[in-house]
Ligand binder design. Structure first.
Ligand SMILES: NC(=O)c1ccc[n+]([C@@H]2O[C@H](COP(=O)([O-])OP(=O)(O)OC[C@H]3O[C@@H](n4cnc5c(N)ncnc54)[C@H](OP(=O)(O)O)[C@@H]3O)[C@@H](O)[C@H]2O)c1
Length: 314
């Protein structure tokens, strides 16, 4: 496992991080038992992963807490709360006091007395002024009390595919680490976010490296249709039967290529991989620790998708 310094936090983090949300939620989304999901976390730690990302909304904090209880001091936990009750977009946002109550719940589920990175989850641009005025001061108080070590924010990539929120949030310097959506179909964070995070020494977690579009043929077709509809893809440049077939050269296939693409992007510190399958986890950790893609493939990706900012690949 390779390790990197996570921006201004100074933390030494594994370049692969275990994502406990997404479509898998450690396999809880498709029937893994709690014991099987705990085994996925243990496999990650045994492979040298020291960074785990979870959230109140994923329903996996208790599993993470149980899995790491004997080695809490050797691993780092990133967790999150949204500023609205999850799934209720028209609800009143939490006050600073209410966010601190949410934090106590995160701590309780994780069975820990501190969180390494506490993130505001899935923030959108319109909510930023409220968060800066009301939520950030509360989180600073929690940091002073030792309940959280660093402040983070994650974007809502599904609806914010060109990073409007993060491109405004990073320069405020309120956030030590951000989570950005970046993958080979939509590399727009390169110009909209990663340039800024590097200038401000902000750490970066990458999400959506693979998601459905790069792990599933139907997901890929949907994403390509969406990019074409947005006028950002010349379909005639792609092989209809195997649109990303060119990525097979020098790789073990699209998933391997997708993780390696993200891992070697300047400014990305941690590539999250989300799975409930230990074999997938081993393959993905191997990919994230491999070298960059062949320069011919990178040039082709740049030509095809370099200007895309219209899909997440969800
Ligand atoms: N706004 C936010 O804050 C936000 C939003 C989304 C995600 N996140 C975080 O980012 C993390 C990463 O996102 P993600 O979970 O979507 O991860 P991802 O690594 O981009 O994609 C995971 C998907 O690909 C499949 N997969 C993984 N490895 C595979 C392999 N080797 N072969 C075939 N299929 C494979 C997984 O299914 P299997 O289980 O079958 O492997 C899963 O459906 C999340 O877990 C979460 O922690 C945060």
């Amino acid at each position: 496992m390779h390790y990197k310094t996570l921006g201004r936090t100074g933390l030494s983090v594994s370049v692969a991080g275990l994502g406990c949300g997404g479509h898998s939620r450690l396999g809880q989304a498709y029937g893994n038992t709690v014991e099987q999901s705990i085994a996925v976390v243990h496999a990650a730690l045994d492979l040298g992963i020291n960074w785990i990302d979870t959230a109140a909304a994923y329903g996996t904090e208790k599993i993470v807490g149980e899995a790491v209880k004997d080695r809490r001091d050797r691993i780092m936990i990133s967790t999150k709360t949204a500023i609205l009750p999850w799934g209720q977009p028209s609800a009143k946002p939490y006050s600073g006091v209410e966010i601190l109550e949410q934090l106590e719940k995160n701590l309780g589920r994780l069975g820990t007395d501190y969180i390494d990175l506490y993130n505001v989850h899935g923030l959108v641009h319109e909510q930023l002024p409220y968060v800066n005025a009301e939520i950030v001061p509360a989180l600073i108080k929690a940091r002073e009390q030792g309940k959280i070590r660093f402040l983070g924010v994650t974007e809502h990539f599904g609806s914010d595919t060109n990073h409007k929120m993060l491109s405004a949030a990073v320069p405020t310097n309120a956030w030590d680490v951000v989570m950005v959506g970046f993958n080979l179909l939509n590399p727009s964070a390169r110009r909209n976010v990663l340039r800024l995070t590097q200038a401000h020494n902000v750490g970066v977690q990458d999400m959506f490296a693979v998601r459905r579009a790069l792990s599933n043929a139907d997901g890929l077709k949907e994403a390509l249709d969406q990019i074409e509809k947005a006028g950002q893809l010349d379909r005639s440049k792609l092989d209809t039967a195997d649109p990303l077939g060119f990525l097979n050269e020098g790789t073990d296939g699209i998933v391997d290529a997708a993780y390696r693409f993200c891992r070697h992007e300047p400014g990305i510190d941690i590539v999250l991989t989300g799975t409930g399958n230990i074999d997938h986890l081993k393959e993905n950790v191997n990919s994230i620790n491999r070298g960059p893609l062949p320069s011919k493939s990178l040039a082709r990706l740049e030509e095809l998708f370099g200007q895309v900012d219209s899909v997440s690949g969800n």
